[in-house]
Design a protein around this ligand. Structure first.
Ligand code: SF4
Ligand code: SF4
Length: 308
């Protein structure tokens, strides 16, 4: 078996849905779109500047010869709609959650590559663009990556390696059905400014967590029921219809459903938050409970409004 086949076989054994190989040449289109974004939306300039480093894979890793890219499918977990209606599914199926069975996949992949005698560095590249280059995903007009058989309910993981592997054939562009703009219509804050252009600082996923507070009232008024993240532009997408098949349990969510309602989160005490909720989102500072309160109160108000 060739080294490339051994790597793909390793990825499949670990549960990855797909694995591809990309070259390490600069990601010029990625760089150009970051420049355009920064020029058009100055509030995004600093973030774009930080992201631009990844356009040059060999910048910090001149030894790299190829990029190994894998797709992890999370659209298989039984996440209750009562939670997924206001917390993004990506966060509920995050492999960083310690009870999620996928937790160790990246480390095991890295260890497996190392055991094959390969020097490895995790990340360091624009993962979506690298996955397109490796032929395993296509990008929709909503900016999300879609993999055959998964829709956009995926995560992409990348490793730079020093093995000279033959790159796979890039994926063709534009998978969207002609004339479709359902995602743009569904975007409440108009963060999807136009096809393939996301105004990051207007995206609810950013506004519910990273954005400095207070959120501009005109944006906050449009955030709907979302407490953390937003799936609107993925839920309406025809390419996602039938792509979530809940074949595997998600006890780390089903076991704490009552704590994840807008009503419960709106008034949650610090002890319950630290014990029950925070372990799911451990990368968020523990002292961020106020933000959960604010988001949950807004979502709770929105739900009550809809029920009137
Ligand atoms: S995640 Fe939500 S706010 Fe962000 S682009 Fe999609 S629909 Fe718009
Ligand atoms: S909703 Fe339509 S335009 Fe948007 S990503 Fe899906 S298929 Fe493409």
């Amino acid at each position: 078996m060739s080294l490339k086949d051994q790597i793909k076989s390793l990825a499949a054994t670990l549960g990855y849905h797909a694995c591809g190989i990309a070259g390490v040449q600069p990601f010029e289109d990625y760089r150009t779109s970051l420049h355009e974004l920064a020029q058009r939306f100055p509030e995004s300039a600093e973030l774009c500047r930080r992201m631009e480093r990844r356009a040059e894979p060999l910048g910090l890793n001149p030894w790299a010869r190829a990029i190994v890219i894998c797709v992890r499918r999370y659209g298989k977990y039984a996440i209750p709609e009562t939670v997924a209606s206001h917390i993004g599914r990506n966060y509920l199926c995050d492999r960083r959650i310690k009870d999620c069975p996928d937790t160790t996949m990246p480390k095991r992949m890295k260890d497996g590559l190392t055991a094959l005698g390969i020097r490895v560095r995790t990340g360091g590249v624009p993962s979506r663009e690298a996955a397109v280059r490796a032929g395993i995903v296509q990008i929709g007009k909503n900016g999300f990556a879609y993999a055959p058989g998964c829709g956009s309910w995926i995560n992409i993981e990348a490793w730079m390696v020093d093995a000279a592997l033959e790159p796979d054939i890039p994926a063709p562009p534009a998978p969207c059905p002609e004339g479709c703009h359902a995602c743009l219509d569904a975007c409440r804050t108009k963060a999807l400014a136009e096809p393939y252009v996301t105004r990051i600082h207007h995206c609810i996923a950013y506004l519910t967590y990273e954005a400095p507070e207070p959120i501009p009232p005109e944006l906050e008024a449009k955030m709907g029921p979302w407490i953390y993240g937003c799936d609107d532009c993925q839920r309406v997408c025809p390419m996602n219809q039938g792509q979530w098949s809940a074949t595997e349990p998600a006890p780390w969510i089903t076991g704490v459903v009552d704590a994840l309602t807008p009503g419960a989160l709106a008034v949650m005490d610090p002890e319950t938050y630290a014990r029950v909720v925070h372990p799911l989102f451990g990368y968020i500072p523990l002292n961020n409970l106020n933000r959960w309160h604010t988001n949950a109160k807004r979502a709770f108000g929105k739900m009550n409004e809809l029920m009137k």
